[in-house]
Design a binder for this molecule. Sequence first.
Ligand SMILES: [Zn+2]
Length: 522
Amino acid sequence: MSKIKLYDTTLRDGAQGEGISYSVMDKIRIAQALDNLGIHFIEGGWPGSNPKDMEFYLKMAKIRLKSSQLVAFGSTRRPHSKANQDNNLKAILKSQATFVTIFGKTWDLHIRDVLKTTQDENINMIRDTVGFLVLKGKTVFYDAEHFFGAYKANAEYSLKCLLVAQEAGAKAVVLCDTNGGTLTSEVFKVIKEIRPEINIWLGIHCHNDADLAVANSIAAVQGGADMVQGTINGYGERCGNADLIPIIANLKLKLGIDCISDDKLKELAKVSYFVSEISNMRHQPSQPFVGDSAFAHKGGVHINAVMKNPQTYEHIDPKLVGNKRRILVSELAGKTGIIVRAKDLEFDLGKEDPKTKRILKLVQKLEHEGYHFEAAEGSFELLMQKAFKKYKKFFELEGFRVVIEKRSDKRITSEAIIKLRVKGAKEHTAADGDGPVNALDNALRKALKDFYPTLSKMHLTDFKVRVLDEKAGTAAKVRVLIQSQDEKDVWNTIGVSENIIEASWQALVDSVEYKLLKDKVA
Ligand SMILES: [Zn+2]
């Protein structure tokens, strides 16, 4: 095992993020993805707190993991009770996990005002709980909640709590910045001071309330910590936890710490997308290393330089983390941008090629009409396919009708009816939806699903409408941007028209065609 231990708590702390709710099956799929990535420890939940987490552990007990150890989470025993009679600890034993993380207090203020007990009793609680689990054959990590506040308030007592856990047989003590307010320099200083006192693993668990969780985790490693806790994509309560994705990339690529293999590092973007998909969260374009915009170049000067040498505007090679360079197409980027973008798509456009001029003109004309390809690389790729006559029609529209009905009981319904030809067959479908675009999307998928089954793997994640008022006096045009996602990628498509339904239809069709193109559907 590498010197630095990666500890993921997406399934426990991450699941506490607003808008996130995992089924047992979701948890199992995420755990398998983390195992495949080479994460050393996976905290799966709190078996004592809910039956769903217990079910997860019992199911996982039958699944073999290649590289990860499953960890159960719980708290120290209650004040003035016995560890062997504590229900939360009994549940941990029942979960069958051999690794256990116990969180407890180290801050005198919390002991007095929250636990309402004495400092001595808190020490007993740590000693008894860790000792009890060690006796039962468990490997125990002690999470010292609010450690940085505790250490500031009473250094001697908070350190004593860690030492008691160590003496009782814990394998690691973990310093938690539970409210996420500690500055990086303070984390580094505290780790440096604590490190010589501890002869077991020293861990760090940061929250992101001051937007410093990743920096604090890296600083902790530089200060001597050997276990880093975090969540995929930084999911977690309030502003989230430390994001393991940039932590792993920084440890590997900036500090040369071999926490996962080079091959697994190339799967980082994929895992980040996969977890966002299962979590039903939009993948953040600006997410460092793995976001869609992380290596997207827009300014003409930047594009020119990147063409000559990518290192001019890229801190790492995007391929190392499984991401890719994107050249955003816009009037700003000019001809170079289009050539580069085309090359990315394996269309070779020499600068003097008359085709280049034609395509450049076409892109500029469309942008003038209100298209915005920089935000819609899916539509751009289809445009190139068409320009190079490589475009293949997956279906042919014969017509559609959208009916919106407002009833006296104030309910409003939308229905779409579509007629199209696909692979020689005539399809005629109707579907309802929450609004006309959703109805149209549903009807289109319904018509195509038997012919193109992979369409069931994609869904729309964002829909934006913007009114364009470039030409005053005529009917205003609208621009519709649709973002779609599957388990691997996010892509954007665009439509422009004076009619919002028509603009939406263009973007919807591009989205579906792009998915089929990407999947190399014949
Ligand atoms: Zn936490």
